[in-house]
Design a protein around this ligand. Structure first.
Ligand code: F0G
Length: 462
């Protein structure tokens, strides 16, 4: 599928290293039990290769670290804030910047200023915290992603696309005045890091704007989406990812961003808007929930590193080429070994189809949670459940949401691991698949009411 003409290598060399430690089987048996079979509750010291998330786990560059030293910690009017404003404006094209401590801080504010009780918020699949804040503000999330997104085997090149018929139907059914905005996620996380096309985004924006509905991006992984557009969509091969990111944002009225991903920092995020009046409402929320409008939830040094990370990610196409290339390298190794994973391989990680591997575990015994624990036990590799546990319960009926995708995610941190780590990871996954019948289902011993996957505890069903 790739149309690149040369092979990739990391466009950097390594200046600092951090030792990691392999644990014994006995240590891992004790650790996973103590963690209630939830990989979120493991201590990082008990993990060998940590693929829990690509969030806040990037390695910063020497230029970003130097920025930490010259960050301006002024409470009001920090120079680093203005550097961040200009980086966001240059790279994403938004003029109004509301800095937050991370992505969910921005989602909180956006949801509170736009959603009224009883409103509907369509989106291309859900993200956990995004949907939480939409519902918390009184809204109802409606999935309008294309059907192919729910099919692990579909090779559709743009599984993140909005299904325009579903969107039209929702508008007809509930009325545009009940839909404050559409939430469009770039490189859809829960679908497996799958992009939407520029043509689809453009058509979606046209339909929404004709109906007075705002278009709000979750631009957290817009860079990775831009790379796939460059590879797969006619007319974009000669464009730089910098140009493509700008064009993606041009169709929207604003965006929430978790800067812990594309933006190459360990903490931070922002809400960006075009409408100064909306920005005023957002800043009123900001000072109550995050901090003054010139730092939000970040220190000056965080803002400085972020401003530099934003520019760095699009400075050349080589960075994202190597980033996605490494994910594809792991994906190809698994595909070659016959491991059922979401295809095409996504931008930020590998998503293993747990239902296909563990048909003997009923859906309400959490196959992906069980497989995540089994992989850790066998190898010390830490992944994350993205299935029924993450999906939570229906607010109205109280039943589990049963997503079609029951997945173990191996998210790859940016600029952190080597190709040899990917080889070892592939061997670990293939090892577990030799005896899938040894993996047993799980049941809750503690189930939090919302965002349950973070802190839930389980025990094996005997
Ligand atoms: N939107 C998307 C698409 C995300 O993937 C995340 C976080 C957020 C919003 C929330 O941002 O964590 O900075 O508050 N995803 C992480 C993950 C947690 O592991 O996928 P945050």
């Amino acid at each position: 599928m790739s149309v690149s003409h040369h092979s990739w290598a990391e466009p950097y060399k390594i200046k600092v290293v951090e030792p990691i430690r392999m644990t014994t089987k006995e240590e891992r048996v004790a650790a996973i039990k103590e963690a209630g079979y939830n990989s979120f509750l493991l201590r990082a010291d008990d993990v060998y290769i940590d693929l829990l998330t690509d969030s806040g786990t990037s390695a910063m560059s020497d230029h970003q670290w130097a920025g930490m030293m010259v960050g301006d910690e002024a409470y009001a009017g920090s120079r680093s804030f203005y550097n961040l404003v200009s980086a966001v404006e240059d790279v994403y094209g938004y003029e109004e910047l509301i800095p937050t401590h991370q992505g969910r801080g921005a989602e909180h504010i956006l949801s509170q200023i736009l959603i009224k009780d009883g409103d509907y918020v369509p989106g291309n699949m859900y993200f956990t915290t995004t949907r939480f804040h939409q519902e918390h503000a009184g809204g109802r999330f409606v999935d309008v992603i294309v059907d192919e997104a729910h099919d692990p085997a579909s090779l559709h090149p743009f599984k993140g696309n909005i299904d325009l018929d579903k969107l039209r139907k929702l508008i007809d059914e509930v009325g545009a005045d009940k839909i404050p905005y559409i939430s469009v996620e770039t490189n859809v996380n829960m679908a497996g890091g799958q992009p939407l096309s520029m043509a689809n985004l453009k058509a979606t924006a046209e339909m929404c704007h004709q109906n007075g509905i705002l278009v709000m991006l979750d631009a957290t992984r817009a860079l990775e989406n831009a790379w796939f557009i460059k590879q797969r969509e006619a007319g974009y091969m000669e464009k730089s990812v910098a140009e493509i990111v700008r064009e993606i944002c041009s169709y929207s009225d604003g965006a929430t961003v978790s800067s812990k991903k594309d933006n190459l920092v360990n903490i931070g995020g922002f809400l960006a808007l075009r409408d100064p009046e909306l920005a005023k409402a957002a800043r009123a929320m900001l000072v109550a929930f995050e901090g003054l409008h010139t730092y939000g939830g970040m220190s000056g040094r965080d803002m400085e590193a972020l401003a530099r990370g934003i520019r760095e990610m699009v400075e050349t196409d080589d960075h994202v080429h190597a980033r996605v290339g490494q994910v594809e390298y792991l994906g190809d190794a698994l595909i070659k070994a016959g491991v059922p994973i979401i295809r095409p391989v996504g931008g930020h990680g590998i998503f293993i189809d747990a239902k296909a591997i563990l048909p003997h575990i009923p859906h309400d015994q959490f196959p992906a949670q069980a497989l995540t624990a089994a992989l850790y036990l066998a190898s010390g590799v830490r992944g994350m459940e993205r299935g029924v546990v993450s999906a939570g319960r229906d607010k109205v009926t109280g039943d589990h949401h049963y997503p079609k995708l029951e997945l173990v995610r191996l998210a790859i941190p940016r600029r952190v691991y080597t190709q040899a780590h990917m080889d070892v990871t592939a061997e670990a996954v293939i090892g577990v698949l030799e005896h899938p019948e040894d993996v047993t289902g799980l049941r809750f011993t503690y189930e939090p009411e919302s965002l349950r996957f973070f802190q839930a505890r389980f025990e094996p069903v005997s």
